[in-house]
Ligand binder design. Structure first.
Ligand SMILES: [Zn+2]
Length: 586
């Protein structure tokens, strides 16, 4: 085996015996990428027929990807065309091998579950989007041969070997494992780091298409937090890899958990603030998934995830809400957050949840269990943030309630640990888990009111218990009004920065789509150029096929008063619950 990188070396064992029978062989030649389309050759090594499927969704995303929509032009290796049955399924006639094209144009930016193909430079394969399966309940292994330009360095937690600089072979023991371990290949722009703590090795593979690589900014905080957290978090594997993919394109701040790795994508555009603290939080969150919920402790529904008819059970609040809450607790216990920063973060979740509740009327009828179960529905998708925000707040309430009813003997993390002991080697029954938690420690009040019920969360109570008062305060807020061509006034989106967004401009000119060609005569303007400090800004725009010039004049400033809630440390410091809460390791 050729030495890979310092970050990803491991022992290959028993490959010949593992892959001797019934292996699906896949061949991909990256040198033949044309128009962002790659030929995928699949060989069963025996004459067979059957359905070949792509997932409608993969677990962890709770969204429909319809991976099959990115794969087309199927035919047998003898040249017989194969017609697709529907988006995600293809009926393969009797043959030994067949081929098709994966179209990377369909991924216009990288999300953590997406894939990228940029000739001779960057390839990211989330395998489910390019390789299908015959039957996801069986355990057929995969062997994938990749012919690649020599300059590309591969990174994956899948077992792999390089026969030479241009031939890479990867092995997966089944489809579940394949889609859990993406492959990334880069020519340049990558920084790798590695550290070891508590006998576990942590790798960071950080790609950036910009001058800045985020690993330089987050490495120390991440390392210190993981070092402290792994003293009590039980990560089951020997090695874990954080993948970071940073660009200035449309990429969102987002991440996806896997059993021994996570993919974290961030947008480096300066319009976004707090990029690094968001990245750091996402990385901790995904790592906690790999220690507990739902990658170790999960229900039968998630364990036997149906890629064709994806469903979630009633416990997405448990998988995401509890994980998000533990993330904030880890940030506090590792010293990244002070007490008041922790409280502020949790209060922000409360405020965001309250705002969502106002915006989405249908949500008022959904308890956390109902929303979890309906997450693939129209209203579920629109209220996705609720499982994180309200889910994390309810997890905090559970933590407080458990400390209270066990007289300080237990907390939420102890319960998660008990569930881990019980369900590491088997999945739990979706119907029983809430009752089971309730039988370990009585939290019926929280379950019936806030998990199965729809009672509003009282911030004065939950923050008050921890020694923080919620106070109302009047705050003045300023807005700029901009006059355009002496015709219309528009209110800018952000009060203080004097930012005019494209949607502001669209608002002023009707909803017609327009392109900004120049700002103050500067061609190819970036988002930063839209910030204006002067009293005038000239835009050259393309609208309805015509080039027009418009001028923005800063006109006046109005202030509006608004009630805000702030949190203040109270003197309630001798309370048992608060002492236990702030004093515990998690
Ligand atoms: Zn998550």
């Amino acid at each position: 085996m050729k030495k890979l990188t310092v970050t990803l070396t491991f022992v290959l064992y028993c490959i010949t015996s593992l892959f001797a029978t019934d292996t699906i062989y896949v061949k991909i030649n990256l040198k033949k990428l044309v128009d962002k389309k790659l030929k995928i050759e699949v060989n069963n090594n025996k004459e067979t027929s059957g359905h070949y499927y792509f997932p409608k969704s993969i677990y962890g995303t709770y969204n429909h990807q319809n991976a099959g929509s990115k794969c087309n032009s199927f035919r047998t290796s003898k040249g017989v065309d194969i017609i697709k049955e529907d988006i995600n399924s293809v009926k393969i006639p009797q043959c030994t091998s067949f081929e098709y094209y994966s179209n990377f144009n369909k991924w216009d930016y990288l999300s953590p579950e997406g894939s990228v193909a940029i000739k001779d430079s960057v390839f990211v394969f989330n395998w489910y989007s390019i390789i299908g399966y015959f039957n996801n309940t069986d355990k057929t292994p995969y062997s994938i041969e990749i012919i690649k330009p020599e300059c590309l360095k591969p990174y994956s937690t899948l077992e792999h070997k390089e026969a030479n600089d241009s031939t890479l072979t990867l092995y997966a023991s089944n489809y579940d494992e394949l889609i859990d371990k993406p492959l990334m290949m880069f020519k340049s722009g990558v920084k790798t780091k590695q550290f070891t703590c508590n006998s576990k090795t942590f790798n960071i593979v950080s790609f950036s298409s910009t001058d800045e690589n985020p690993v330089d900014s987050i490495y120390n905080d991440l390392k210190r937090t993981v070092e402290i957290a792994t003293k009590y978090l039980r990560y089951p594997n020997k090695e874990y890899t954080f993948f970071i993919y940073a660009t200035k394109n449309k990429t969102t701040h987002s991440a996806l958990e896997h059993k021994d790795n996570s993919v974290n994508t961030i947008n480096m555009n300066r319009m976004f603030t707090q990029t690094y603290s968001i990245l750091y939080s996402m990385m901790i969150h995904e790592f906690i998934h790999a220690c507990y919920l739902p990658l170790v402790v999960r229900s039968n529904v998630i364990e036997n995830f149906d890629y064709q008819n994806p469903k979630c059970d009633e416990h997405l609040w448990l998988y995401e809400g509890v994980t998000e809450y533990l993330t904030q607790k880890v940030k506090y216990t590792s010293g990244y957050y002070t007490k008041s920063e922790f409280i502020k973060e949790m209060y922000n979740k409360y405020a965001e949840d309250k705002m969502n509740k106002r915006n989405f009327i249908r949500l008022r009828n959904a308890s956390l269990t109902k929303l979890s179960k309906d997450i693939y529905s129209w209203y579920g998708r629109r209220n996705y943030g609720t499982v994180y925000n309200r889910g994390a707040l309810v997890a905090m309430m559970l933590d407080i309630e458990i400390i209270k009813s066990s007289n300080g003997e237990k907390n939420l993390f102890d319960i998660v640990e008990i569930l881990r002991d019980r369900y590491t080697h088997k999945s739990f029954d979706s119907k029983d888990i809430i009752n089971e938690i309730n039988s370990i420690v009585n939290v019926e009040r929280i379950i019936s009111r806030y998990i199965r019920g729809r009672k509003n969360i009282n911030p004065k109570y939950i923050f008050g218990v921890l020694g923080y008062n919620v106070l109302n305060k009047k705050e003045e807020k300023s807005y700029y009004y901009v006059k355009i061509k002496s015709v219309k006034y528009i209110k800018t989106k952000y009060g203080n920065g004097m930012v005019i967004s494209k949607s502001d401009i669209n608002k002023a000119f009707g909803k017609k789509e327009l392109t900004i060609l120049k700002i103050n005569n500067k061609a190819n303007p970036t988002l930063e150029d839209i910030h204006i400090s002067a009293s005038k800004m000239n835009l050259t725009i393309l609208r309805n096929g015509k080039i027009e010039s418009i001028t923005f004049n800063k006109l006046l400033r109005r202030t509006k008063s608004k009630h805000v809630k702030i949190l203040k440390n109270s003197n309630n410091k001798n309370d048992m619950v608060a002492n236990r809460f702030w004093g515990q390791t998690l």
